[in-house]
Ligand binder design. Structure first.
Ligand code: AMP
Length: 365
């Protein structure tokens, strides 16, 4: 069997897990990244260079049957020329929409998907006006390049306007009404070029300081799951999407309010590696390589915990029955996602107990 070649722009942990999922299927990933030591470069070939370097991107396209990305902030103009050389999946339009919080919210609204009340902010005066119109508390965010809580300021009173403006003020911002949510949920799904769709069970996500700490899945709520699937499918169809797509939601008074989407595999879907028949990584590859999509059936009850800033000692965590350990091969840095673990149990109660044990171990390491 001739291997199928996938070019991946960006060689972070998402790319690494894609490459590892590809080998059993005869899919070989080649990466483009600035660093030859990037997580995916440790498990697959890499071209080194800037992610938006035209000649490096062309080189990647030349050796690939399809090009995808593990980082969604690559400029659309940099990817456009590749469409003449090979297939680019997910489509560039999805990437461009998700790069700007305002256009993302405009798309959700157009598709009748609820979003937080918000306003575009390009000056301090506009911020003052928005806080009066939409009320407080609210969050001032950069429209572009914000992730894991970066580029955000929570405004609780008018007295904080100067502080917020000093922290992230400028043009290209958005002010969002603060959502008093009971939970944060996400849904991950995949769509093929022929329009076949599959959806994973909901994941319930706990964030701290804007960064995902841990998730549990499946989060069982048939009503919310039906709605989340409907919303995700609307976005997929509107964008003629191919690959894995994620939407993150707030649950406010039992209703889903969309926060953002990611046109790629997602941290809140890492549990699917051990927790489902087919992982999100395999389904992304299957979708972009025109292979049938795999079953998203959950195999039990899982918890996923991110390792942030420091790697915990393997020995004690691995003593937990049903725990799988993932080290991304990254240099430790405060707050950096260095790895994760997933616990798979047959009952939710056992999963919750094991999650508590693992969190205790991780926090005291
Ligand atoms: P984001 O970068 O938009 O995903 O935000 C990171 C985290 O900040 C979210 O997962 C929430 O925990 C919190 N957050 C963001 N926007 C809001 C909002 N409008 N209301 C309440 N919390 C929010």
């Amino acid at each position: 069997m001739k291997p199928f070649h996938v070019g991946v722009v960006g060689a972070g942990q998402l790319g690494r897990m894609l490459a590892l999922a590809g080998y059993p299927l005869g899919i070989r990933c080649t990466f483009l990244d600035r660093s030859a030591m990037a997580p995916a470069a440790q498990v697959a070939p890499i071209l080194t260079g800037d992610l938006e370097d035209a000649s490096r991107l062309a080189e990647l396209a030349a050796c690939s049957d399809v090009v995808t990305f593990d980082w969604e902030n690559i400029a659309g103009e940099a990817l456009a020329p590749l469409e003449k050389l090979t297939r680019v999946r997910p489509p560039r339009a999805a990437l461009e929409v998700s790069q700007d919080r305002l256009s993302e919210k405009a798309l959700f609204s157009k598709l009748r998907i609820p979003v937080a009340a918000h306003a575009a902010i390009d000056s301090r005066e506009e911020l003052v006006r928005a806080t009066r119109k939409l009320g407080l508390p609210g969050i001032l965010k950069t429209r572009r390049l914000g992730y894991d809580g970066k580029g955000q300021f929570v405004l609780r009173g008018l007295g904080q306007i100067d502080e917020a403006w000093a922290a992230i003020g400028g043009s290209g911002l958005i002010y969002e009404k603060f959502q008093e949510f009971s939970r944060e949920l996400s849904i991950v799904g995949a769509r093929s070029a022929a329009g076949q769709t599959v959806f994973y069970p909901l994941s319930a996500n706990s964030h701290g300081g804007g960064i995902l700490r841990h998730s549990i899945a499946p989060f069982v709520s048939p009503g919310l799951e039906r709605t989340a699937r409907t919303y995700l499918k609307r976005v997929m169809n509107a964008l003629a999407y191919v690959g894995v797509l994620t939407i993150e939601f707030f649950v406010v008074k039992d209703r889903l309010v969309a926060n953002e989407m990611a046109p790629r595999v997602h941290n809140s879907g890492h549990w699917t590696i051990e927790g489902c028949v087919t992982s999100q990584f395999e389904n992304h590859l299957r979708a972009i390589c025109d292979l049938p999509l795999g079953s998203t059936r959950a195999l039990g009850h899982t918890a996923m915990i991110n390792f942030l800033g420091t790697m915990p000692a393997r020995e004690r965590l691995l003593a937990i029955d049903g725990l799988a350990f993932h080290d991304y091969g990254k240099e430790p840095r405060p707050g950096r996602k260095l790895g994760h673990c997933t616990i798979l149990k047959s009952r939710a109660r056992e999963r919750n107990l094991a999650l508590a044990d693992a969190l205790k171990l991780i926090r005291c390491i």
